[in-house]
Design a protein around this ligand. Structure first.
Ligand SMILES: NC(=O)c1ccc[n+]([C@@H]2O[C@H](COP(=O)([O-])OP(=O)(O)OC[C@H]3O[C@@H](n4cnc5c(N)ncnc54)[C@H](O)[C@@H]3O)[C@@H](O)[C@H]2O)c1
Ligand SMILES: O=C(O)C1=N[C@H](C(=O)O)CCC1
Length: 268
């Protein structure tokens, strides 16, 4: 792995009374990474000190003195990145998807001997998407049917989306808490083609669409006798994720341990 000097940080914001928070970005050349670098550069209280992508030297973030690392890479590499940051006592804000309970438990274990280090993992930093998840959780117990459709750009590496998987788990859990079966009232037994009814996430069907022109979109459809409720969120631009990412970057040093989602940062 080599250092890519073309990835050197751009201009450092003017120093004020408050010390700047040093930020490193992993996945810096990706769709989200580029947007995060732009947002960090534009924030007067943050300083972009390292930009690392595939093939670059991961130690750049530590050598550059990053206090917080933002990771938008890939599900198959993100665990190694988090392990590295924890070992180096660097707080970590993770937008990369692909986490299940087992991976979260592994990270919590890594954090045990590091009581001052914070790791925040959020499948979606969009405020509207976070609210959609909350509304879906609220509505789930009132409707016998619930299905999720997620729609994304064709370059997306995973399916279903992390947001849809988390929404489904939250819906299933809300239904269990209300004494209802987790899944919908429709069966899968009549499927003539495997997959026709979508993926099964804790009993909730999740349908994934990949379409040129889309960015990130999710619908939760709830049905009862004679009525339906459709909750929909659209991210038309990756700028929509940046307020949530910056909020997490600013708060993570005060939130040691593992945090999942930005709900608690928003007071939800
Ligand atoms: N949480 C959210 O709000 C949110 C929003 C959008 C995307 N995402 C997720 O973020 C991830 C990235 O999405 P994207 O669209 O930016 O993907 P992308 O493919 O455009 O970017 C990923 C980047 O990571 C780089 N990379 C791969 N391995 C690396 C490594 N070991 N170290 C450093 N960099 C490495 C790739 O070269 C690439 O540039 C996906 O998991 C996606 O689902 C989350
Ligand atoms: O573009 C992506 O990839 C996105 N990934 C996240 C997910 O999987 O939920 C968030 C939305 C955009």
């Amino acid at each position: 792995m080599t250092t890519d000097s073309s990835l050197a940080p751009t201009e450092t914001p003017a120093t004020g009374e408050q010390p700047l928070t040093s930020v490193g970005v992993l996945g810096a050349r990706g769709r989200m990474g580029v947007e995060v670098c732009t947002a960090v550069n534009a924030a007067e209280d943050l300083e972009l000190v390292a930009m690392v992508d595939d093939g670059d030297w991961l130690f750049n973030v530590a050598d550059a003195g990053a206090q917080v690392v933002v990771d938008f890479t890939r599900p198959d590499v993100v665990m190694d990145n988090i392990r590295f940051c924890i070992d180096q006592n660097i707080h970590c804000v993770v937008g990369t998807t692909g986490f299940d309970d087992q991976k979260l438990a592994t990270i919590a274990g890594w954090l045990e001997p590091k009581p001052d280090v914070g790791v925040l993992i959020a499948p979606n930093f969009g405020i509207g998407a976070v609210l959609l998840m909350r509304f879906a959780q609220e509505a789930a117990r009132f409707f016998p049917s619930v299905e999720i459709v997620e729609l994304h750009h064709p370059g997306k590496v995973d399916a279903p989306s992390g947001t849809a998987a988390r929404t489904a788990r939250l819906v299933a859990s809300a239904r269990r808490a209300a004494g209802l079966p987790p899944g919908p009232d429709a069966t899968r037994e009549a499927d003539s083609l495997p997959g026709a009814r979508g993926a099964d996430v804790e009993g909730v069907p999740v349908h994934s669409i990949r379409l040129t022109g889309l960015v990130a979109h999710e619908e939760v459809l709830l049905g009862a006798a004679g009525e339906t409720l459709t909750l929909r969120h659209d991210s038309f631009d990756r700028a929509s994720f940046m307020p949530g990412v910056l909020l997490a970057v600013r708060q993570i040093s005060g939130r040691p341990g593992l945090t999942v989602g930005i709900e608690s940062l928003l007071g939800l």
